[in-house]
Ligand binder design. Structure first.
Ligand code: NAD
Length: 488
C-alpha cells in the first residue's frame, strides 16, 4: 500500500488515480499526541495541487455521472467489505494520529462503515417522484442528478467518521470528490482512499489534497467545485459557509458545540455519572457531541461529590492501553489555549473543584491534561459560553428544569443536549423545549446514525441540509422536474 514515501515519510496526494507529490514543498510534522513521536510529514499543498485534483474530478465526472446507479452501489459494497476487513488496522491508525482510546477509535470505524452501508442504498435513495394527471393528460416527474465536483473539508477529531459522512454518499449519488483532510490527522485518509481504489473506484472519482488554508480557499473559490461539505470549528465553519455560498456553491458547514446535560433530582446517579464521565472525558473531550456543561437541578451535592470521585479514579494515558479513558489532547498549542480557559474560569469566580493541570506531565512528551471540573459556573462566564474542546467540565446549578432549559436557550450553540431523569413529564418538556438539534434521554453521546441527519442547530451549523440521511441525499443531488403533455 503506497501511503508513505519510504525515503522522506512525506504523505502524498491522490490525484487522478495515482499517488503524487504535492507541488508545494512545505510540510508539517504529524506527531503521535500520546508520545510526541513524529509519525509522518504532511504536505501543505498549494492551489496548483487543488487545480490538478479538481481537473481530474471534473474529467471523471463525465463518465461517473452516467455509470448506472446499481453499479456505483456495488463499489460501495466492496468498499464496505474492505473497510470491515481492515477494521482493527484503521482503528490503530486513528489512535496513533489522533490519540483517542482504541475502543473509541474502533467505534469510530464502525460509525464510518455504517455511512457506507447507507450510501450503498443509492438506487433506492436516489429515486425521484412522479404524479400522473396533475392536469388533464399531463404528468409530472422528478429526477435526481449529481452536481459535479464536490469537496469535503474535515476536522482532526474524527478522521474516519467525518470523511465517510461525505464522500461515499456524494460519490454514490454520482458526484466526484476532492477530500481535504485535517492536516493534524491526515494519515488515515490515505488508507481510506487506497481501499476505495481497491474497491473499484475509477480514477479521478475520489481525490485527496493534503494541506491547510490554501487548499481550503482553493476549493471554496474554484468555479468547478459545485458543493462544499465542511466540518470544523465555529469561526472556520462560518467563514467557509459565507465564502463558498458567496461563490454560489451549495454548502453545509458543521461547527462547534457546547452540549449541556441536565441532571434531574430523580436521576439514577450511578448511570448518569458513568455517562457524563465517558461523554466529558472520552476522546479528551474532543468530540462535537461531548458533554461540556452539566446543569445540576436541585441540591445536587451527592452528585457533585460522586462525580469528582469518579474523575479522580480515571486512568490517563496512551489510547492503546485498554484501561485508559482519558487520552491526550491533539497538540500542545491546543493545551495552552485550554490552560488559558482554566485561568479565565478561576478569574471569573468559578470554583475549581478538580484541577487536571496536576496530571499534565503524566507521560513524557504526550499532550495530556487531567480531568478538570469547575463548579458554580454562571451562564455568562467565558467557560460556560465558549467551546473549550478538552477534558474540562462546567457545573451550573439550577433550581428547576425551566432554569436548566434557559441555560441551553442562552447558548449560541445547539448541537446536542441530554437529560437524566425517569420523569416522563420532564422528558417531554425537555424534548419540546431544549434548543438543540440532537437530544439524549439518559444517553451520554446522542450522536445520530447514518440514516438520520446529524442535526446541529444555531451556531453549530451553517446551511440547511445536514449530513447523512435524506438530508445528505438532498444535499448531494439536484432535482429536475419534467412536466409532460400526452394529448399532443
Ligand atoms: P478546525 O476548524 O481547526 O479545522 C477544520 C478544517 O478546516 C481543517 O481541515 C483545517 O485545515 C481547516 N481550517 C482551519 N482553519 C482554517 C482557516 N483559517 N481557513 C481555512 N481553512 C481552515 O477544526 P478542528 O480543530 O480540526 O476540529 C474541531 C472542531 O470541529 C470543533 O470545534 C468541533 O466541535 C468541530 N466538529 C464539529 C462536528 C459537528 O458535527 N458539528 C463534528 C466534528 C467536529
Amino acid at each position: 500500500m503506497t501511503i508513505i514515501k519510504e525515503d522522506t515519510a512525506v504523505l502524498q496526494n491522490y490525484i487522478n488515480g495515482a499517488w503524487v507529490d504535492a507541488k508545494s514543498t512545505e510540510t508539517l510534522e504529524v506527531p503521535n499526541p500520546a508520545t510526541g513521536e513524529t509519525l509522518v510529514k504532511v504536505p501543505i499543498s498549494s492551489k496548483e495541487d487543488v487545480d490538478l485534483a479538481v481537473k481530474a474530478a471534473k474529467e471523471a465526472f463525465k463518465t461517473w455521472k452516467n455509470t448506472p446507479v446499481p453499479k456505483r452501489a456495488r463499489i460501495l459494497y466492496k468498499y464496505h467489505y474492505l473497510l470491515t476487513e481492515n477494521h482493527e488496522k484503521l482503528a490503530k491508525l486513528i489512535v496513533e494520529e489522533n490519540g483517542k482510546a482504541y475502543k473509541e477509535a474502533y467505534g469510530e470505524v464502525q460509525r464510518g462503515i455504517e455511512c457506507v452501508e447507507f450510501a450503498a442504498g443509492a438506487p433506492t435513495l436516489m429515486m425521484g417522484e412522479t404524479l400522473s394527471n396533475i392536469a388533464e393528460e399531463i404528468d409530472s416527474q422528478m429526477f435526481r442528478y449529481p452536481h459535479g465536483v464536490v469537496a469535503g473539508i474535515t476536522p482532526f477529531n474524527f478522521p474516519m467518521m467525518v470523511a465517510l459522512w461525505m464522500f461515499p454518499l456524494a460519490i454514490a449519488c454520482g458526484n466526484t470528490f476532492v477530500l481535504k483532510p485535517s492536516e493534524r490527522t491526515p494519515i488515515l485518509s490515505n488508507e481510506l482512499v487506497e481501499l476505495f481504489a481497491q474497491a473499484g473506484a475509477p480514477k479521478g472519482v475520489l481525490n485527496v489534497v493534503h494541506g491547510a488554508h490554501d487548499v481550503v480557499n482553493g476549493l471554496l473559490d474554484h468555479e468547478d467545485v459545485k458543493a462544499i461539505s465542511f466540518v470544523g470549528s465555529q469561526p472556520v465553519a462560518k467563514y467557509v459557509y459565507e465564502r463558498a455560498a458567496g461563490k454560489g456553491k451549495r454548502v453545509q458547514a458543521l461547527s462547534g458545540a457546547k452540549n449541556h446535560h441536565i441532571v434531574m433530582p430523580d436521576a439514577d446517579l450511578d448511570k448518569a455519572i458513568a455517562n457524563i464521565i465517558s461523554s466529558t472525558f472520552g476522546s479528551a473531550g474532543q468530540r462535537c457531541m461531548a458533554c461540556s456543561a452539566v446543569v445540576v437541578v436541585g441540591d445536587g451535592e451527592k452528585f457533585v461529590q460522586r462525580l469528582k470521585q469518579k474523575a479522580d479514579e480515571l486512568i490517563i494515558g496512551n489510547g492503546m492501553n485498554d484501561e485508559v479513558l482519558l487520552t491526550p489532547v491533539i497538540r500542545d498549542s491546543h493545551r495552552q489555549k485550554v490552560l488559558g480557559y482554566i485561568d479565565k474560569g478561576i478569574d471569573e469566580g468559578a470554583t475549581l473543584l478538580r484541577d487536571g493541570r496536576k496530571e499534565m506531565g503524566e507521560m513524557d512528551r504526550g499532550t495530556f491534561l487531567g480531568p478538570t471540573i469547575f463548579d458554580h459556573v454562571k451562564p455568562d462566564m467565558t467557560i460556560a459560553k465558549d467551546e473549550i474542546f478538552a477534558p474540562v467540565l462546567s457545573l451550573l446549578r439550577a433550581e428547576n428544569l425551566d432554569e436548566g432549559l434557559e441555560y441551553i436557550r442562552q447558548s449560541r450553540y445547539g448541537n446536542g443536549a441530554t437529560i437524566y431523569t425517569k420523569d416522563a413529564r420532564a422528558v417531554r418538556q425537555f424534548r419540546e423545549e431544549a434548543d438543540a438539534g440532537m437530544l439524549g434521554i439518559n444517553i451520554g453521546v446522542p450522536a445520530t446514525m447514518a440514516f438520520f441527519p446529524f442535526s446541529g442547530w444555531k451556531d453549530s451549523f451553517y446551511g440547511d441540509l445536514h449530513v447523512n440521511g435524506k438530508d445528505g441525499v438532498n444535499f448531494y443531488t439536484r432535482k429536475k422536474m419534467i412536466t409532460s403533455r400526452f394529448d399532443y
